[in-house]
Design a protein around this ligand. Structure first.
Ligand SMILES: [Fe+2]
Ligand SMILES: [Zn+2]
Length: 392
C-alpha cells in the first residue's frame, strides 16, 4: 500500500525488419510497437512544440497507408524513416520505458512513505523558513518531508499573514474557494463553518465537498490572546487505514467501495457538492494504492447504499472512527507564532481542542496537482518527468 513498485531493469529495444520490438513487463516478452504509436510519439520539433511540450502533430490525419521504410539502430536509440519522408528518432530509454506498466511512480511522484503514530511528537519533521525561501534545495527538502510524513513544520517564519502567504506561494498559488483564497481570520463565524468558531473539532479532512479536495492545507497561528487551549491534532490517515485493513478487513473493504455524499451549504446561496459521491478510502484503480482519505462527519450527506443495508456502513465507519481516536493515533501539538504547519489533506487528518480568548489564524489551500507537480520537478527533474509521459 505504501511502497511504490520498483522499475524493472530496462531492456534494450530491438529492430526486427522494418519494425521495433520492446520488452513489455505485462506480457513478459518482447512485443511489436504499433506504427501509429511510433508516429504519434515522434519527439521531433515539428511533432512536439519545443517550448510548450504540446503535440503539434495531427495524429488522426495520418494516412493509413503510411509505412516504415527503415529502422536503423545506433548506440543511443533508433532512427525511423517513414514512407512520407518524415524522420523520427526514439531513444532506447524512451522506447523501453514506454512499454512498461510503470504504475505511476513518476507520474504521481510516488516516494517512500513513513507511517507514524503519536510517538512522532518526539521528532516531528521540521524545516527552516530561511532555507525554504532561499533555494530550491530548501524547498525540495520541505516538499520531500511533506510527501514522506504527510506534514512538516516550517520554523522561524515571521508571524505575519504576508510572510506566511509568500511561504506557501513557494509551492504554488493559493487555491480560491467560497471562503476566499489566503485566509486570515479570528474566531468570529464570519464564514458559516465550525472552523471559524472556538469549539473542538474532531480529526477530519477538509473540503470533502469538492470533487478534488484541497491537496495541502496550512495553518499559522499569528496570535492568541486573553485565553488558552486550541491544541492542534494530527492523525496519519494512512496508518489508521493500514490498522483497519489488518484488524477489520471487511470494514476496510466497505469504506473503500461504498460512496458517500458531502456538502458545504452554510454560506448564503451556496451548496457545494461533488459531481459524484466518493468512498472514505479512495484507491488508484491502476495501482490499487490508497491515495486519498475523505473523512468529514460534519459535512457528510447521504451514504450511497440502500437504506435497509446502511447499518453495515455505520458499523465499519465506527471502527474507523475508533482507530482515528485511539490515543496512540493522536498527535497533539501546540502551534505558536513562527511555526507554520503544512499537511497533506489527502492523507493526514486534523482537528483541534476548544479554546478561549481571541485567536488569529492564517493559512490556505494548495491544489494537489500543483503541489505534486512542484515536488516532481524538484525531486525528479523536468527531463525525467517528460520522459515518462508515454508510460502508462
Ligand atoms: Fe478543517
Ligand atoms: Zn516528428
Amino acid at each position: 500500500m505504501t511502497t511504490p513498485p520498483r522499475n524493472p531493469a530496462l531492456k534494450h529495444p530491438v529492430v526486427h525488419g522494418n519494425s521495433i520490438m520492446v520488452y513489455s513487463d505485462k506480457a513478459n516478452k518482447f512485443v511489436n510497437v504499433p506504427k501509429i504509436w511510433l508516429r504519434d510519439n515522434c519527439q521531433c520539433s515539428s511533432c512536439v512544440h519545443e517550448v510548450t511540450k504540446q503535440r503539434l502533430l495531427d495524429t488522426f490525419r495520418i494516412s493509413h497507408s503510411l509505412f516504415i521504410k527503415s529502422c536503423i539502430e545506433d548506440d543511443h536509440g533508433i532512427q525511423v524513416s517513414w514512407s512520407d519522408g518524415h524522420e523520427s528518432y526514439y531513444t532506447n530509454e524512451f522506447l523501453a520505458k514506454s512499454a512498461l506498466k510503470n504504475k505511476g511512480v513518476v507520474r504521481q511522484g510516488l516516494t517512500k512513505v513513513s507511517l507514524w503514530s503519536n510517538s512522532i511528537k518526539h521528532n516531528p519533521p521540521v524545516v527552516d523558513y530561511g532555507a525554504v525561501m532561499k533555494s530550491d534545495e530548501g524547498l525540495k527538502e520541505w516538499l520531500s518531508k511533506i510527501r514522506k510524513y504527510g506534514f512538516c513544520y516550517v520554523d522561524g517564519t515571521p508571524a505575519t499573514p504576508q510572510d506566511t502567504q509568500k511561504l506557501l506561494e513557494r509551492i504554488s498559488f493559493i487555491r480560491n474557494t467560497h471562503y476566499g483564497a489566503f485566509y486570515d481570520f479570528t474566531s468570529d463565524l464570519s464564514s458559516k463553518d465550525t472552523a471559524y468558531t472556538s469549539i473542538a473539532l474532531d480529526a477530519h479532512t477538509d473540503t470533502t465537498y469538492f470533487s478534488d479536495p484541497a491537496g495541502l492545507q496550512a495553518f499559522h497561528i499569528i496570535s492568541h490572546t486573553d485565553g488558552s487551549g486550541g491544541a492542534s491534532l494530527l492523525v496519519d490517515g494512512f496508518q489508521a487505514a493500514l490498522d483497519l485493513s489488518r484488524h477489520y478487513p471487511e470494514a476496510y473493504d466497505l469504506l473503500s467501495t461504498v460512496n458517500v455524499h458531502s456538502h458545504a451549504s452554510g454560506n448564503d446561496g451556496i451548496s457545494i457538492q461533488p459531481y459524484r459521491a466518493f468512498p472514505v478510502l479512495l484507491h488508484d484503480p491502476n495501482t490499487h494504492h490508497l491515495v486519498q482519505v475523505r473523512w468529514n462527519s460534519s459535512d457528510r450527506a447521504a451514504v450511497d447504499m440502500p437504506l435497509e443495508e446502511v447499518q453495515r456502513w455505520y458499523d465499519a465507519a465506527e471502527k474507523w472512527s475508533n482507530l482515528l481516536r485511539a490515543p496512540e493515533s493522536e498527535y497533539w501539538c501546540q502551534l505558536m507564532p513562527g511555526r507554520v504547519l503544512v499537511f497533506d489533506n489527502w492523507r493526514v487528518l486534523h482537528g483541534r481542542s476548544a479554546f478561549t480568548g481571541k485567536r488569529r489564524v492564517c493559512g490556505g489551500y494548495i491544489n494537489r496537482d500543483d503541489y505534486i507537480s512542484k515536488f516532481k520537478m524538484l525531486y525528479l527533474g523536468q527531463e525525467e518527468v517528460l520522459k515518462s509521459l508515454a508510460v502508462a
